[in-house]
Design a protein. Structure first.
Length: 402
């Protein structure tokens, strides 16, 4: 085997300029392959990392819906959350209500997205400044609220400021909507927040009071377990108890999301296959050309004892070596292009800032390495067949005469 590696390396180093140009071409096609491999499951991987950071093992949603994808709500969510909280292994289960409201501050009025949490319980954000919502606020104090950095940056809101929230936009109707004043107690990084969205978090009962509803409905229920491995039995119990909801573990949630991202999978499959085909043709052409230039050398190797199988193995090894040698350029160029493309795609409206389209994972890297090396080896099959059929005597005679 060592002799084959030596001879393959010697053959590739014989014409360094040509080999360098081939490796550059393979790096370009390999970069496309890497990027398509990253794109195929990039959003799922990115969202999975976010879900792991949030720390909830189960999400209970209205039947057939995704969180905040429409106006669907879970009726009787408070009672369902209380029943879930009594199950073994459940450390927290609380309903989350989401709504659009209107904020008045310093003479300005603008829309904002409100996400409710229990008092003193984050679960939806990471605190950056100030304090969390008070567990037991004093009755004389205005209710507390958490804002995201966009409100602080775009509107100059600071910890300690008072904002007035209303459920309706027109000023003339504001008194009918019972606007309420809230005091900003903290600034936080909201998980899965939109890039330019103004986000607020207040207690669930405060939003229900603002909207004048007390029916116990919620957009979803978040469940935290002491042992996330027990999530599947609990999801089955929840769905059996209330057929109007879907209970999804993190894996189930990502699987549902994947059904809505088939476009990315198909797109990456087509372009990935195209890059593999180009790499195959490029390696086949250059190795076949190299074999044609070395027929005398190949005939001499046969004459000193190399079998047809060893000659074929040598040529296949040369093809695989070209694929492997292109990997450093593939990863450098692929990551640079992926970063640029990801920045473009993430400018799309309605995309959370924590999500990425192109994510390099060990699986994506391993697939790229295997495909390039395998393509190189397969591309060497045809020139290997040509080399193994070389007529020893006639080729050596022609070499001597030339």
């Amino acid at each position: 085997m060592a002799s084959l590696v030596f001879l393959a390396g010697r053959a590739l180093g014989r014409n360094r300029a040509r080999t360098a140009l081939v490796l550059l071409g393979l790096a370009v096609t390999g970069a496309l392959l890497l990027d398509m491999t990253m794109l195929a499951h990039g959003l799922e991987t990115s969202l999975g990392a976010v879900l792991g950071r949030i720390g909830f093992a189960i999400r209970v949603l209205p039947k057939g819906a995704l969180p905040f994808a429409g106006e669907e709500e879970i009726r009787g969510a408070d009672q369902l959350a209380a029943a879930i909280a009594r199950q073994p292994g459940v450390t927290a289960a609380f309903p989350v209500v989401a709504a659009n409201v209107y904020v008045a501050h310093g003479g300005a009025r603008f829309p904002a997205f409100v996400l409710t949490v229990p008092r003193g319980g984050t679960g939806a954000y990471a605190l950056l400044e100030g304090s969390d919502l008070p567990v037991a606020p004093r009755p004389a104090d205005p209710p507390g609220m958490i804002i995201n950095p966009n409100l602080a940056r775009l509107d100059g809101v600071r910890v300690g400021d008072t904002l007035v929230l209303s459920a309706v936009p027109p000023r003339g109707l504001a008194p009918l909507a019972a606007p309420r004043a809230f005091r900003v107690v903290g600034i936080a990084d909201f998980y899965v927040d939109l890039a330019a969205q103004r986000s607020i978090s207040i207690a669930t009962r405060d939003l229900r009071a603002l909207q004048g509803r007390a029916d116990g409905a919620a957009s979803l229920i978040l469940v935290r377990l002491s042992d996330p491995a027990r999530s599947e039995p609990l999801t089955r119990w929840i769905e059996a108890r209330d057929p109007r909801v879907d209970a999804l573990s993190n894996a189930g949630f990502l699987a549902r999301l994947a059904t809505r991202l088939t476009y990315f999978n198909q797109f990456s499959l087509i372009l990935g296959a195209l890059s593999v085909a180009i790499a195959f043709l490029l390696i086949t052409a250059i190795v076949t050309l190299s074999v044609g230039e070395r027929l005398g050398e190949i005939a001499m190797l046969r004459a000193i004892g190399f079998t047809r199988a060893r000659i074929a193995a040598l040529i296949v090894l040369e093809g695989a070596a070209l694929g492997v040698a292109s990997l450093p350029g593939t990863f450098v160029l692929g990551l640079v292009i992926a970063r640029y493309l990801d920045a473009i795609l993430r400018q799309a409206p309605g995309l959370p800032v924590d999500l990425h389209f192109f994510v390099l994972t060990p699986a994506a890297a391993a697939r790229t390495v295997a495909l390039l090396a395998g393509t190189g080896a397969v591309a060497g099959v045809y020139p290997a067949a040509v080399a193994s059929k070389t007529a020893v005597a006639a080729t050596l005679h022609a070499e001597v005469l030339s």
